[in-house]
Write a protein that binds this ligand. Structure first.
Ligand code: GLV
Ligand code: MN
Ligand code: MN
Ligand code: MN
Length: 415
């Protein structure tokens, strides 16, 4: 039987091996500009999943797959009665994503499992590494879809019936890559959920801090808006007789930017997806589809922002039809105090002074926090840049975050 090493034990992660895994898997969906395009449930996603499953099985971690394709790789603990301590994040990316968003959470977790396995470190709890399906929400909205099902925020059928902008359902995409598993989403009980992630913002880098102890995630709401005008000939339709849906959309977009400014500095508002129909240069645009992403740390302020958005859309020129669907409403999430203490203690033990920080981005932990104690570790990324192919983080910082993750898991195992 292997030795049990406590939280002060001298198990150490292998920074080179971790970095090699990040760079090796970056080929699945690699873009010419050095980023990754690995849309959820695509062929590239299948390829990285196959790699991940092989890597987990190679260290004796059995892999289970749930009905939504979320993958759970588990090293057993010494006490079969205890629920697993989970480490989770995502391997899907934005259409022009970077090499680190989500990836370091899963591959940092893999490095933790590899370290536990090779040093024969036996935890009391099983340790389960999770690759959540569809965190990004760029192919199938909303984001964090499957951790949302896990936490009971949506039924599994809701996830399976999501469609992408080409009309392909989540269910068909899942079957096409062969990752529909037998496990019920939400079947597992977790003792804890840890997630390592790049900050995706500028604070840690600016303050020269290596480790952020993430105290929570800000509130966010997503809307889908369709503006309907009237198609007409670009040459023959006088300006005063037009109902131009794109011009109406342009007014709305500028007003939405002002809306965020009214709640500065914490509010953010983004129109990230816009489709114009028929999208022909000599047709007055008849229809515009656009998405709105509103975020603020306070649920109350976000509610005011939503009302302002609705007012903006109700005040567009006469003759423009407007439909608004709220497709996602995720309240602000506080993380677990005891897990945060484990992270802060782990950071100090590694020689870092942790900085408390609130996440501007959404994460699977924002949903797992509804059903189990959850907390996150941030490491800096260059220039705060993320959701960008140029996203970058250093080997040192990713390894530091992973070392803190290992310590936090071992500490949580003692709680
Ligand atoms: C997901 O990456 C989000 O924060 O929107
Ligand atoms: Mn992410
Ligand atoms: Mn992301
Ligand atoms: Mn995210």
């Amino acid at each position: 039987m292997s030795e049990i090493i406590g939280h002060t034990g001298n198990v150490a992660i292998d920074s080179q091996r971790l970095w090699a895994s990040i760079m090796d898997t970056a080929r699945f969906g690699a873009t010419p500009k050095g980023g990754i395009r690995r849309l959820t449930l695509s062929e590239e996603d299948r390829a990285v999943r196959d790699w991940f499953r092989d890597a987990c099985e190679a260290i004796g971690a059995g892999v289970e797959i749930d009905e939504l394709g979320t993958m759970y790789a588990t090293l057993p603990g010494t006490d079969p009665a205890l629920p697993p301590i989970a480490i989770g994040s995502h391997l899907d990316t934005q259409p022009t994503g970077g090499k680190f968003d989500g990836v370091i959470g899963v591959l940092g977790g893999l490095e933790v499992l590899r370290t536990l396995a090779e040093t024969g470190t036996r935890t009391r709890h099983p340790v389960t590494l999770i690759n959540w399906t569809n965190e990004e929400g760029s192919r199938f909205a909303p984001a964090m879809l499957c951790s949302g099902v896990f936490a009971g925020a949506f039924p599994a059928d809701f996830a399976l019936s999501r469609t992408d902008r080409d009309g392909i359902t989540f269910a068909d995409a899942l079957d096409a890559i062969g990752y529909r598993g037998p496990l019920r989403a939400g079947a597992k009980t977790l003792a804890a959920h840890f997630e390592l992630h790049i900050e995706q913002g500028p604070i840690l880098e600016a303050e020269e801090k290596t480790i952020g102890a993430v105290t929570g995630v800000q509130a966010m709401r997503w809307f889908e808006v369709t503006l309907t005008g009237n198609e007409g000939h670009a040459g023959a339709t006088p300006m005063r007789l037009r109902q131009d849906a794109l011009v109406a959309g342009a007014h709305a977009i500028l007003a939405i930017e002002r809306l965020a400014a009214e709640h500065a500095p914490d509010a953010v508002a983004t129109v990230g997806l816009l489709e114009c129909r028929p999208n022909s240069r000599n047709v007055v645009p008849g229809e515009v589809f656009l998405t709105v992403d509103l975020r603020h740390p306070s649920d109350a302020v976000l509610e005011v922002m939503e009302q302002s958005l609705r007012h903006i859309l109700a005040s567009l020129p006469a003759g423009i039809g407007v439909t608004v669907d709220k497709v996602w409403d995720n309240p602000a999430v506080p993380f677990d105090a005891r897990l945060l203490d484990a992270i802060r203690a782990g950071a100090r033990a590694e020689g870092f002074t942790p900085r408390d920080i609130v996440s501007g981005a959404g994460h699977d932990s924002a949903y797992t926090a509804r059903v189990c104690p959850s907390a996150m570790i941030f490491v800096p990324c260059a220039g705060g840049l993320s959701h960008n192919e140029a996203e970058s983080a250093t080997q040192h910082d990713v390894a530091a975050g992973t070392a803190v993750l290992l310590r936090a898991v071992l500490e949580a195992d003692r709680l």
